[in-house]
Design a protein around this ligand. Structure first.
Ligand SMILES: [Zn+2]
Length: 290
C-alpha cells in the first residue's frame, strides 16, 4: 500500500510539473481495465467484495502469507467450498440475527486460505491467525472433505477461529467489563501449552486450555466455543469444572452474555441456535457449483 501511495504521489508531481508547458496525455497512466475473473472470482466479487468489502484470497499470495512456515496453497475446489461454507455458517448466521449492516461494518477485510497446516517450532499447530481485526488466515483447507464436510472438523479448523477472531474485533471496538479480569487470577500466558487438557482447564475455570492465556483470549474462547457447540457441550464444561471451576465459568459467562446483549444486541443463545441449525443442515449447501 505504501508503495501504491508513493507511486500516486510521484505521478501527481509529474502531472503538476507538466501543467505549465506540456499538454496532458488524455490516456490514464493507471491500468483501468478490470482484472480477468473466472466464474469463482466473479462469485466472490458478488458475494464478498461488493456486499461486505471482504477480500477472499484463495490463491497463495506470497506477501500475504507467513514466511516462517512451510506452506502449501489451498486447492481450488476446497476454496470454492470454503467460500460457500464461510458465507453460510459465519456471515449469514450474524446476518440472520442482526441484519446485514452489522457484518458489513465490523467484519475483517481479508480472509486468506492456506492449504496446509502451519507448525510452530515447539510442535504446536496454528489453527488460524488474525492481524489487527483486518485479516484472518485459515490453514489446513486441503483436508476439507468437500463431499462430506464434517462439522467438528470445520469448527476445529475454521469456524471456531472465525468466531474467536471476530469476537476480538468486537471487544476491541467496545470494551467488556473489567470485572471479567478479576474472576481468574491464574492466567498462564505461553504456559497454557503445559495444561494437560481442556478438562483440566475447566477445573481452573477456563473453557479451553488456550482460554487460560489471558483475559482477552478467555473472553473470546467462551463466545466461540459456546456458539459452535450445542447446549450439552456447555453443560459438560460446567460439570467438568467441579465446585471451583463451575463458579468461575458461570460468572464469566454472565458477563459475556450481558456484554453481547448490551453492547451489540446479540442474544448469545439465539446466535447459538442459528449457528447450530445451520451446522446441522450443511447438506442444503451446494459446495461445488457456483
Ligand atoms: Zn485470540
Amino acid at each position: 500500500m505504501k508503495k501504491y501511495i508513493y507511486t500516486l504521489l510521484f505521478a501527481a508531481s509529474i502531472v503538476l510539473g507538466a501543467c505549465s508547458e506540456d499538454k496532458l496525455d488524455s490516456h490514464s497512466i493507471f491500468n483501468t481495465e478490470s482484472p480477468e475473473r473466472d466464474a469463482f472470482d466473479t462469485w466472490l466479487l458478488l458475494n464478498y467484495i461488493v456486499p461486505y468489502n471482504i477480500q477472499f484470497n484463495y490463491k497463495y499470495i506470497d506477501k500475504e502469507s507467513d514466511n516462517t512456515y512451510n506452506l502449501i496453497p489451498a486447492e481450488y475446489n476446497k476454496c470454492v467450498a470454503m467460500a460457500k461454507l464461510t458465507k453460510y455458517l459465519w456471515i449469514d448466521s450474524y446476518n440472520e440475527l442482526l441484519g446485514e449492516t452489522f457484518i458489513k461494518t465490523y467484519c475483517p477485510r481479508m480472509i486468506q486460505l492456506i492449504g496446509s497446516k502451519a507448525y510452530n517450532s515447539q510442535g504446536s499447530v496454528v489453527l488460524g491467525t488474525a492481524e489487527g481485526g483486518l485479516k484472518i488466515t485459515l490453514y489446513n483447507v486441503n483436508e476439507l472433505d468437500v463431499n462430506n464436510p464434517n462439522i467438528d472438523f470445520l469448527n476445529t479448523w475454521f469456524f471456531k477461529t472465525m468466531h474467536h477472531e471476530f469476537a476480538h474485533i468486537l471487544h476491541q471496538t467496545k470494551n467488556y467489563s473489567t470485572d471479567f479480569n478479576l474472576i481468574s487470577t491464574d492466567y498462564q500466558g505461553p504456559s497454557w501449552l503445559n495444561l494437560e487438557s481442556d478438562e483440566v482447564a475447566n477445573t481452573m475455570g477456563f473453557v479451553t486450555r488456550y482460554a487460560s492465556f489471558s483475559p482477552d483470549e478467555d473472553f473470546v474462547e467462551i463466545i466461540s466455543n459456546y456458539i459452535t457447540h450445542d447446549a450439552g457441550y456447555w453443560q459438560n464444561v460446567l460439570n467438568n469444572g467441579g465446585a471451583l471451576g463451575r463458579i468461575k465459568l458461570e460468572k464469566k459467562f454472565d458477563i459475556v452474555r450481558k456484554y453481547l446483549k448490551d453492547s451489540w444486541s446479540i442474544d448469545i443463545d439465539k446466535l447459538r441456535d442459528i449457528v447450530q441449525r445451520r451446522s446441522g443442515s450443511l447438506s442444503e449447501v451446494d459446495l461445488e457449483n457456483l
